[in-house]
Design a protein around this ligand. Sequence first.
Ligand code: AMP
Ligand code: ZN
Ligand code: ZN
Length: 366
Amino acid sequence: MLRSIIVLLCVLQFTPATAQNKRSTILISFDGFRWDYVDRGFSPTLDSLRRAGASAASLQPVNPTKTFPNHLAIVTGMYPEDHGIIQNDFWDRTAGRRFRISDTVEVRDPRWYTGEAVWETARKAGRITASYFWPGSELSDELRRPQMYEFYEHQRPYPLRVTGVLRWLALPEQQCPDLILLYFDAVDTHGHQSGPASSQVNNAIAQVDSSLRSLIDGLRRLSIADRTNIIVVSDHGMSEIVPERTVSIDHILAGERYRTQWNGTMVGVESLDGTDSILARKLRDSLSLHAEVFLKKDIPASYRFSRNTHIPPVMVFAKAGWSILPTTVSSGDLLNYGRGSHGYDSDSPEMHGILIAAGPSFRSGA
Ligand code: AMP
Ligand code: ZN
Ligand code: ZN
């Protein structure tokens, strides 16, 4: 997946931008849009884009299949262990600092981000860039963010996002962005709440598709539709989860002193007594049906999830459809975990997303 996106972005880098016919590119993310959602009949605009342009059968995300790690992988071409955002929420135990996507101070702190994003590369090459809510695009260091950007606001209505992008594209040639990034959450949000098979997800598919329609209509009104590239991606898919497929690990590690990070699709564990291998063995013996358990140093190279100091010494990766919880939770509370989740191994087909691109830089039908 990284290779295909890097190829796409390299093609764009060398597209000539003359004064009269600047070719802008819009990279759009539909969060949590699983690869097979395009076949449900709720996305006529994506369908026509797919017919007009190039597309992949599916997009394989990177581990962990979560929002920030994947959005940063898409714009840096690096795996999370290298670009630094290894989860939506994680600790730097040495510094006693915690990254969390809901913490705007940390989200904007450039020290967490160890990869160069495409907007930084493009800026160095003299290009103009803009982002409407792409994760990691609102850093406090002016040189590490796009020239134009918005602070994330979850509830901001979609028509405002679309008109914001169109306003950038209507700027005079010298100020008009070469690259714009745009983000919509609805498909992911409803996938979590109601599960991937729900009518709520179908409505969300229709909603983001209609935002795409408004954007394309706006490009037509500006007479720039045939010189604008559109790339639509998603960061991961979604799996159905049920309370019955939940296992907690506190009883397995009873009597041990340890701390955990994360829950559901993966749990990181760290012994407070230097007994990580004992914890790993106990977890492996008890969870063989529901999860893979590794000491950090033994995580298979194909996971690409080990060489970062913020990854805990023991990792529990739930098998698809299972949820692993640090502590035992009542059956009533289990329902609060929702009906959909992602974060499973990126090899799992249900974690795959979409990649569809159309415009003057892309071959039709490829
Ligand atoms: P996940 O838990 O991996 O499904 O993350 C999805 C959530 O990430 C969305 O529902 C948003 O609340 C959040 N999110 C997406 N983009 C941003 C952003 N740029 N800044 C902060 N939070 C974001
Ligand atoms: Zn996501
Ligand atoms: Zn999500």
